[in-house]
Write a protein of this length. Structure first.
Length: 455
């Protein structure tokens, strides 16, 4: 009982001292200071480390790329030569928050040094912008990604990131994968439009949708990837000048197979149907490659023949569009290293020889012949814009020209890559008759370094 009384006295004494201290503190400050602290209280407390039973794992990644390029007869103008440097910096951060959630963000900073602004293409520069930023939810064989991200289908001849270009390509939207080796992939997105001096944006709403199946175990040594793509735009203008909407459906498949005795083959085939305002869409494309690799010979030579075909618009039906829509391809070296042409109203026959003296060194030699699919449709650039419009009555010839390319790649320590190459385009009768007959040579030397740091 006495101990309880002593404790009670001690508590009363401590309370009295606390009241006296408070009165002294109040009297020591002017009333204006006390009023200010009431409105804007000072920070209190001590910063403590965040304690968690599962601390997030953080990874920083960087890619530094510089490529010196020289082009002669830029824009098919004889004597217009340009030498310039393309620089690209990517920096990303991955946060593995939990075993079912990963967060990723990536910035980019791209420049074209030494190239006049009027000659700088839209895919060459973008001053400090967001390239990727997404949440990745995953549980066992299911993955759901929402945000700005990359998309790839097959060999990227229909949908790809176009990594060779300085800006590359990303999409805003949703992506879901079900399965591991055999997969079902669904997405609903809108391609990101690059603005060199402001933040990149995408069109209003989601305009590009798709479903892709990857079948890797059903046929021995063969991968088959059927796909259906829907390109829906809210406002387009038909050939008759009627404003309406577009609903274009592309369905086809990519395949890759290893055949006996060193033979192999790969390719893509698809058809396009739909409406373009009051016009109908009837188009298609095909890519077929067949190769042979002699792995027992020195330098492991691999010889490959390729044929590409994309329909043009013959203009036999005024209410029908026959020009193939190349969608969003990775078009580098699809029709030669010079990257002049896109996959629309075009035919190509190409022969390639790849040599591999070492596992970290490859050389590639290519020769190809290019023609239009129909002389009544124009020639299109790698970006899908009209390069040369067909005159009334059509071109005098279907011969676009031919090209020869030589390139090499060396990989040092798995992270430092050196690329070097040269390509020369020999204009055909179609080009010379349309005042685009200047031969063009393109040469490049590039270095890429990638690294990451984990915490």
């Amino acid at each position: 009982m006495r101990k309880l009384v002593d404790v009670t006295k001690a508590f009363r004494l401590w309370s009295a001292l606390a009241r006296i201290s408070a009165l002294v503190a109040v009297s020591a400050f002017p009333s204006s200071v006390l009023a200010q602290q009431a409105l804007y209280p000072l920070k209190e407390g001590i910063v403590q480390p965040l304690r968690s039973s599962e601390n997030p794992r953080v990874t920083l990644d960087m890619e530094l790329r510089g490529r010196t390029e020289e082009q002669t007869s830029l824009g098919f103008v004889s004597g217009k030569d340009r030498l310039y440097e393309l620089t690209r910096v990517w920096g990303g951060m991955t946060v593995v928050a939990t075993n079912w959630l990963t967060v990723y963000g990536q910035f980019m900073d791209l420049h074209a040094l030494g190239l006049p602004l009027q000659d700088t293409a839209a895919n060459m520069r973008d001053t400090f912008d967001l390239r990727q930023g997404y949440l990745d939810f995953h549980y066992k064989p299911v993955q759901f990604v929402v945000g700005r991200q990359e998309l790839r289908i097959g060999d990227e001849r229909v949908v790809g990131i176009s990594d060779w270009t300085n800006t590359s390509r990303t999409w805003d939207g949703f992506y879901m994968r079900v399965g591991n080796v055999n997969q079902l992939n669904l997405f609903s997105t809108s391609v990101v439009t690059v603005h060199p001096t402001s933040l990149d944006t995408h069109g209003a709403g989601l305009t590009f949708h798709g479903a892709q199946t990857k079948l890797a175990t059903y046929v021995p040594h063969t991968t088959i990837e059927p796909f259906v793509l829907v390109h829906a735009l809210p406002r387009v203008t038909s050939q008759q000048g009627v404003v309406g909407s577009q609903t274009e459906v592309t369905f086809g498949s990519y395949y890759e197979t290893k055949l006996p005795l060193g033979f192999d083959s790969s390719g893509t085939g698809d058809l396009q149907r739909g409406s373009y305002s009051n016009d109908s869409i009837h188009a298609g494309a095909a890519i077929v490659r067949g190769g042979y690799g002699a792995n027992r010979l020195p330098w492991h030579p691999h010889l490959e023949a390729e044929y590409d075909y994309a329909t043009g618009n013959p203009h036999t039906n005024p209410d029908r569009i026959g020009t193939y829509d190349q969608e969003y391809p990775s078009n580098h070296n699809a029709f030669g290293l010079v990257d002049l042409f896109g996959f629309q109203n075009i035919k190509q026959r190409r022969l390639s020889l790849q040599l591999t003296p070492r596992n970290d060194l490859q050389a590639l030699f290519q020769g190809g012949s290019l023609h239009v699919a129909t002389i009544h449709d124009g020639i299109f650039s790698g970006g899908g814009t009209s390069l040369i419009a067909a005159p009334t009555g059509g071109f005098k010839s279907d011969d676009i020209g031919s090209e020869f390319d030589a390139s090499a790649k060396y990989i040092y320590d798995k992270s430092f890559v050196t690329n070097i190459g040269v390509g020369h385009f020999f204009p055909g009768e179609l080009m010379t008759s349309e005042n685009h007959g200047a031969p063009l040579t393109y040469a490049y030397l590039g270095f890429t370094y990638r690294f990451k740091v984990e915490y």
